[in-house]
Design a binder for this molecule. Structure first.
Ligand SMILES: Nc1nc2c(c(=O)[nH]1)N[C@H]1C(S)=C(S)[C@@H](COP(=O)(O)O)O[C@H]1N2
Ligand SMILES: [Mo]
Length: 242
């Protein structure tokens, strides 16, 4: 039943204003993703190493340079497309925008028309976003989460966090990105069938072929088994690496 404004207490109000349409607060962030990535882990875990290629004049690899850029914090909620949200997470690292302006542009010299970015993780996961979305001031390449070094579970040594977009855009174990000139009819290889090209949470762009509300109900039953699959795989992996 709908509550009237009068009978709502402050916590209701807060929950309502903080959670986007169709999302619920799951508490601590689970290790999560598409099931095929559950038991794939980064091979290189020492320090971040990010290759930049595509429509650039010079391919580059960014590593230790990252620690020389201004270290920044982003506090934001994280929204998985399957409807779980983890609230108030603190990420630390370097803004994508700073990496782009201080390293990618001067060293890689990307084509001025390149407006489209494919991002890949060491586990083989990939996604894409328009460059303009990545240049927003809350998109971060994180090395720390909640005042600690990023854990393997959450994408060490380097992960993207794009809080305004569903979780599948926030690639963990990030090691490659490529810039592309977008042209009509071009089907980017970073693209998966169910993905929305932008996946903005505020527009409930969960997928490109079905409405957000429909996907909400389809995805919800997957949360528990997927979280379990990912947690078990991580446990097995950490056992092996002891
Ligand atoms: N490399 C990689 N990045 C990924 C995924 C993945 O499986 N592999 N899953 C995505 C999805 S669907 C979500 S919801 C978040 C989950 O991040 P977490 O495991 O830190 O909670 O990572 C995203 N980035
Ligand atoms: Mo997700």
């Amino acid at each position: 039943m709908l509550k009237t404004l009068k009978s709502m207490d402050f916590t209701d109000m807060k929950a309502m204003t903080m959670l986007p349409k169709g999302q619920f607060d799951i508490g601590d962030m689970p290790r999560f993703g598409l099931s095929q990535f559950a038991d794939r882990f980064p091979a290189q875990t020492q320090g971040p190493e990010l290759q930049v290629s595509g429509d650039v004049r010079q391919k580059i690899t960014i590593g230790t340079e990252l620690s020389e850029l201004p270290q920044t914090q982003v506090v934001a909620d994280f929204h998985c497309v399957t409807t779980w949200s983890s609230l108030n997470l603190k990420w630390e690292g370097v803004l994508f925008k700073d990496v782009f302006e201080h390293l990618v542009q001067p060293l890689g010299m990307p084509d001025k028309q390149a407006r489209f970015v494919i991002l890949r993780g060491q586990d083989g996961a990939k996604t894409s976003l328009p460059l303009d979305d990545l240049l927003k001031s809350n998109v971060i390449l994180a090395t720390r989460m909640n005042d600690e070094r990023l854990t393997m579970a959450h994408g060490a040594p380097l992960r993207l966090v794009a809080p305004d977009h569903y979780g599948y855009k926030s690639i963990k174990y990030l090691n490659r990105m490529s810039l592309h000139v977008e042209n009509p009819g071009y089907r980017p290889s970073g693209f998966r069938f169910m993905e929305h090209p932008r996946a903005r949470v505020s527009f409930e762009e969960r997928g490109q072929f079905f409405p957000g509300w429909f996907l909400r109900y389809s995805y919800r039953p997957l949360i528990k088994p997927t979280a379990k699959l990912f947690a078990n795989a991580a446990e097995l992996h950490s056992g092996k690496n002891r």
